[in-house]
Design a protein around this ligand. Structure first.
Ligand code: NAD
Length: 295
């Protein structure tokens, strides 16, 4: 039976560490680190995310600047707000909550964020920095997955890793991080032939597909470490209630894997904790101070 990787507990520890450093930063800089979150429109899931990001930022002792704009905001207005936040010395990190309403070009908005305040790591400059190994910002979810993997497995050198999904925000940066950690990485995606056979090779499986319970226990190599990024809401049988499931069929995978993240309570809590970490790193850099080791 696999050991469950407790992302919630790991994230709580990381948030506490960020909180301690945030206090030191405020004392050194004479101001708190600041994170601005921009929400356009009323998407219910985005509202929940933005509320939890605000709460977590304040709990970590950082300043939270929330900007809520109506759904009919035009691109020029949003770009003007981004420019204002880029220029504001109290703002170290800027996060524009995606998805944006139709009619606004997401890529143009991401490109307008200063790469040095792009704590989501979505700007092409930060994707490039990750690709060539320069310091920048790495997207929060895959960085959180890497932290869980290193905590569980230690040195990843030489391990076979299969990342299922090739999105810019999860799959691609995850593969890059694993390569940098000296794993042997395969990126699988919707056109991969015989996906179960590819996954069966893996010592590390990272599932970021967005298809409920697609990866079953018989795909998993005995003892593998399984990181399930998927968050899928499905309706429960014989009930009008819904529940969250991952991309991995937990019950069958748990019987074969060496360790596995549950959904919820695995990767999900890591994303906000890493966002706070990235925002604090941005603050140190923007202030011209050394980023503390281990942050
Ligand atoms: P996406 O839709 O952008 O990408 C999905 C990827 O899966 C694509 O690259 C596609 O090639 C691949 N894919 C689709 N069908 C496939 C199939 N049948 N076989 C193999 N590969 C297939 O999604 P995303 O933004 O990368 O997110 C993936 C999942 O992770 C979603 O469930 C999302 O909700 C979740 N997610 C969770 C967090 C978190 O904080 N835990 C953060 C981001 C995304």
């Amino acid at each position: 039976m696999a050991e469950r990787i407790d992302g919630k507990a790991f994230a709580a520890t990381l948030r506490a560490k960020v909180g301690e450093h945030a206090a030191q930063f405020a004392a050194q800089a004479g101001r708190p680190a600041g994170l601005a979150v921009v929400l356009v429109g009323e998407d219910p899931a985005s509202q929940v995310y933005v509320r939890s990001k605000h709460k977590a930022t304040v709990e970590a002792g950082m300043a939270s600047f929330e900007h809520r704009l109506p759904a009919d905001t035009d691109e020029a207005t949003l770009l003007a707000l981004v420019a204002q936040l880029n220029a504001d010395p109290a703002v170290d990190g800027i996060l524009v909550q995606l998805p944006l309403p139709a009619g606004i070009d997401e890529q143009a908005v991401i490109a307008a964020i200063s790469p040095d305040k792009d704590v989501d790591g979505f700007h092409v400059i930060n994707a490039g920095r990750l690709s060539v190994g320069q310091p920048g910002f790495v997207p929060c979810t895959p960085l959180g997955c890497l932290m869980l993997l290193k905590d569980r497995l230690g040195d990843l050198s030489g391990l076979e890793a299969v990342v299922i999904g090739r999105s810019n925000i999860v799959g691609k940066p995850m593969a890059q991080l694993l390569t940098d950690a000296n794993a042997t990485v395969t990126i699988a995606h919707s056109r991969t032939r015989d996906l179960p056979a590819v996954v069966r090779r893996a010592d590390i499986v990272v599932a970021a597909v967005g298809r409920p319970e697609m990866i079953t226990g018989d795909w998993i190599k005995p003892g593998a470490c399984v990181i399930d990024v998927g968050i899928n809401r499905v309706s429960a049988p014989d009930s009008d209630k819904s529940r969250l499931v991952g991309d991995v069929e937990f019950d069958s995978a748990e019987k074969v894997a060496g360790s596995i993240t549950p959904v919820p309570g695995g990767v999900g809590p890591m994303t906000i904790a890493v966002l706070l970490r990235n925002a604090l790193v941005a603050a140190y850099r923007n202030q011209g101070l050394d980023v503390p080791a281990g942050l």
